[in-house]
Design a protein around this ligand. Structure first.
Ligand SMILES: *[C@@H]1O[C@H](CO)[C@@H](O)[C@H](O)[C@H]1NC(C)=O
Ligand SMILES: *[C@@H]1O[C@H](CO)[C@@H](O)[C@H](O)[C@H]1NC(C)=O
Ligand SMILES: *[C@@H]1O[C@H](CO)[C@@H](O)[C@H](O)[C@H]1NC(C)=O
Length: 225
């Protein structure tokens, strides 16, 4: 009697261990931490450019006073790329009406991320212009297991080697629902890497989920969705 009770208990224990172990049906996601500031790192999900743009960081390509396109640049030092934050009230974040800002200039005035209207070929470039940017551009929220930049009503991002006014650059574009990525462009996600701030206080800066080291995430081990 005693020994059969024990073996039943051991079987339960074994089942418990088995169900806690990662399996194909219980995905594990890369661990997140939180920060008020982050850089955005491109994770190429299809059709990488040559040379590769994987782990390039989001920066700005100035085309006029206070006007810049969002581009990707190779990450050279820990300070390459712009520092961003989510601006809004908790309600703004909850209802996806927050905006994404970055400080710029010696006076550290805000520049915001916005999506430009589609051109004749349906392409929507992304700007980082002085001002508030655009409501509805934010970071994915719980229960999404991944933290990434997203546009309400959009379908992610892609990047292309484009000719810009002062020379070519890897330009970031926003994808509309149902839009195919143009040939020669790479599908990307923009993942937040926790960062120090600019030093300026942000009264409506929200704490955001971010990754300690995006380039170090082993996607053969972690799931996306
Ligand atoms: C990052 O890229 C890898 C390789 O393409 C892919 O397997 C993974 O799903 C991507 N993760 C995210 C969150 O985009
Ligand atoms: C850029 O590279 C530096 C130096 O290797 C590294 O510490 C940092 O995490 C990278 N930054 C981003 C945003 O990937
Ligand atoms: C930041 O968010 C607050 C709260 O919604 C808003 O009042 C303010 O205008 C925003 N600031 C900028 C620069 O967008």
């Amino acid at each position: 009697m005693v020994s059969s009770t024990l073996s039943f208990a051991s079987v339960l224990a074994l089942l418990g261990v088995a169900s806690a172990a990662p399996t194909a049906t219980s995905p594990i996601y890369p661990p997140k931490t939180t920060s008020a500031n982050f850089r955005l790192v491109a994770n190429v999900t299809a059709n990488d450019l040559s040379p590769s743009i994987n782990n390039f960081v989001l920066s700005s390509y100035h085309v006029g006073a206070g006007e810049a396109f969002a581009v990707l640049v190779e990450n050279v030092t820990a300070t390459t790329g712009r520092i961003f934050y989510v601006n809004g009230t908790a309600i703004d974040v909850r209802y996806s009406t927050s905006n994404i800002l970055s400080d710029e200039g010696s006076l550290l005035f805000p520049a915001g991320v916005s999506i430009n209207p589609a051109d004749a070929s349906g392409e929507q470039t992304v700007s980082i212009n002085s001002g508030e940017g655009e409501s509805g551009i934010g970071m994915t929220q719980f229960p999404d297991p991944i933290s990434e930049l997203r546009v309400v009503g959009g379908d992610g991002f892609y990047a292309c080697n484009n000719a810009l006014p002062f020379g070519s650059a890897v330009q970031v574009l926003s994808k509309a629902q149902g839009q195919a990525t143009p040939a020669g462009c790479a599908d990307i996600t923009l993942l937040p890497q926790c960062s120090e701030g600019s030093g300026l206080a942000h009264p409506f800066g929200q704490i955001t989920n971010c990754y300690a080291d995006v380039a170090g995430i082993d996607w053969t081990y972690y799931s996306t969705d």
